[in-house]
Ligand binder design. Structure first.
Ligand code: HEC
Length: 251
């Protein structure tokens, strides 16, 4: 016999009522985020979950906590989105939105889609190309490209508005995973290490020189981005881009 025979029914009813009323976009995001998080596995969360606390991401413009959870479920989406922004700012006019370049005269711009340079295991050579540019004949997907010059895209005394190492890491992660390309992400640590090795470089690379650059050693690729990288990427992302990431995640 219950002490409070009248308690059960009203309590249940009011709970289900409040659940129904509150179910909206935010809950959907939470659900999608939660499901992805589970699928993604315990490893990352086990290592880093303490860092995904609401206070940690206070500086996201108008970012309520549930959105942060959705982004944390797939932090690489933020890297790809940042990389896409860099690509559209810096590379798209030459290599085009579909990554196929402009092979015809007078451009002679090779493709990034399906390029064995892009898909190489190590980013040692493509990071150098992105930083300092490329000149002279280059073979891409069994075709020779000759007559085009890629100017340096990295930040330097000569090019103060050029790309930072972080932007280079993100754009390379993006091109290595777009248009059917599939390769490991490029971490900021890798690009920092490469920048240090090539510190004194001023002129564009040639293929001959690049072939001497070892494709092993140096900083190793990261399986997933670190919380600090995620934080920096989120901070750098304009609010509209953050919305786009969240939309991508919902698909
Ligand atoms: C001004 C036009 C231009 C811009 C901007 C440009 N590239 Fe290039 N890129 C070229 C040309 C031309 C070549 C071939 C150079 C040669 O023939 O030596 C090339 C070659 C390359 C290669 C090696 C060959 C291949 O197709 O895989 C990579 C990698 C590359 N670019 C990546 C990038 C990335 C990433 C960006 C943006 C950060 C970028 N490029 C911006 C024109 C450009």
């Amino acid at each position: 016999m219950s002490l409070f025979p009248n308690m059960r029914t009203p309590r249940l009813r009011s709970r289900s009522h409040s659940l129904r009323r509150g179910f909206g976009t935010v809950d959907t995001l939470l659900l999608v985020g939660g499901a992805t998080l589970l699928a993604w596995g315990g490893l990352y969360v086990g290592r880093y979950s303490g860092r995904f606390d609401a206070n940690e991401f206070d500086e996201i413009p108008h970012g309520p906590a549930p959105k942060v959870i959705a982004v944390a479920a797939d932090p690489n989406a933020v890297i790809f989105r940042s990389g896409l922004a860099v690509y559209n700012k810096t590379c798209v006019n030459c290599h085009m939105a579909d990554g196929n370049g402009r092979p015809e005269a007078p451009y002679f711009i090779p493709p990034l889609a399906g390029s064995d340079w892009i898909l190489a295991e190590s980013p040692n050579r493509i990071a150098r190309i992105a930083m300092h540019g490329l000149n002279g004949p280059v073979k891409v997907k069994d075709a020779m490209y000759q007559g085009g010059v890629m100017n340096p895209q990295g930040q330097s005394a000569d090019n103060p508005t050029g790309l930072t190492n972080e932007e280079i890491a993100n754009v390379l992660s993006y091109v290595r995973n777009s248009w059917g390309n599939k390769a490991s992400l490029v971490s900021l640590a890798q690009v920092d290490a490469i920048a240090k090795e090539a510190e004194k470089r001023a002129e564009n690379w040639t293929v001959e020189e690049l072939m001497k650059v070892p494709m092993s050693g140096g900083a190793t690729a990261s399986a997933a981005i670190t919380p600090d990288q995620l934080k920096a990427a989120l901070k750098a992302l304009p609010a509209a881009e953050l919305e786009a990431v969240l939309k991508d995640l919902k698909k």
